[in-house]
Design a protein around this ligand. Structure first.
Ligand SMILES: [Zn+2]
Length: 260
């Protein structure tokens, strides 16, 4: 008969933590970081059961929920692993994998907070490749925001929503969270496609506000050509002249959002 592992719940020693942090720092790829983190953690904890990772396989799978370390150590280990991954823009991938593979955590205020070295691992240069069509779209987006400000006022909700969403996405193009090699191409009217070297792809899409009727209870949507459409389920309110939420000759209100 083989004994069933019952798991281990304890704080890692300073030496175990130091070894783990060293192994993470020495990793040279995203996969290496995951292996170093998971192997280091379970090699340490399984020692208490007189076992090693080699004794697990398809027939007997290791169950991470049977193991637990203090929350402060869990957080510091995850921080060290994602920090290492900043070199390749894969911190998000590492986080998702670690959440499923790391032991559980428990609060223990008597365990001191570990202080791993977290140097800036990002490459020195972010290389952006921008197609000429995309440069035109970026300029057009900024011009569109400016036009909304002229038409509706800098204090208007229409201008504020457009300006803040465009500024946020424009700034995100330069961020290095998904790596230091990014390609930006056109994705239609006022919209861009962003491809990161780490494999992450997303679109920045301008969503125009529907031009609705502002009369209470009226479900009418008014097209650029003045045509009126309604949802069949909701009848138009009492006879009235529709009041469009913005005029047909105005720059189109809306905001940018990301879709991956
Ligand atoms: Zn109406």
């Amino acid at each position: 008969m083989t004994s069933t592992p019952t798991g281990v719940r304890r704080a890692l020693s300073d030496a175990e933590l130091a070894g783990l942090f060293d192994a993470i720092a020495a990793a040279t790829s995203t996969g290496d970081v995951l292996v170093a983190t998971i192997n280091g953690l379970y090699t340490a904890l399984l020692t208490d059961l007189g076992r090693t990772l080699d004794t697990f396989g398809p027939d007997q799978r290791l169950n991470p929920t049977e193991f637990a370390i203090p929350t402060s150590q869990w957080t510091a280990i995850a921080a060290a692993a994602t920090n290492r991954a900043d070199e390749w823009g894969t911190a998000m991938t590492i986080s998702i994998n670690l959440i499923n593979a790391m032991p559980s955590s428990y609060d223990d205020p008597t365990v001191p907070d570990p202080t791993p070295q977290l140097p800036d691992r990002r490459p020195a240069i972010h290389h952006l490749r921008v197609s000429r069509e995309a440069t035109d779209i970026i300029a057009a987006c900024t011009e569109h925001v400016t036009a909304l400000g002229h038409r509706f006022g800098l204090g208007s909700d229409i201008y504020q929503r457009a300006a803040t969403s465009w500024q946020w996405h424009l700034t995100r193009l330069f961020s290095m969270g998904s790596g230091a090699e990014t390609s930006i191409t056109a994705e239609g009217h006022l919209s861009l496609l962003v491809t990161n070297a780490s494999g992450f792809v997303y679109a920045v899409i301008f969503h125009r506000d529907p031009r609705v009727c502002t009369v209470a209870g009226c479900p009418a949507v008014i097209g650029d050509d003045g045509s009126v459409s309604t949802t069949p389920a909701r009848p138009v309110a009492a006879e009235h002249e529709h009041q469009p939420s913005y005029p047909s000759d105005a720059p189109t209100p809306g905001e940018w959002s990301a879709h991956s």
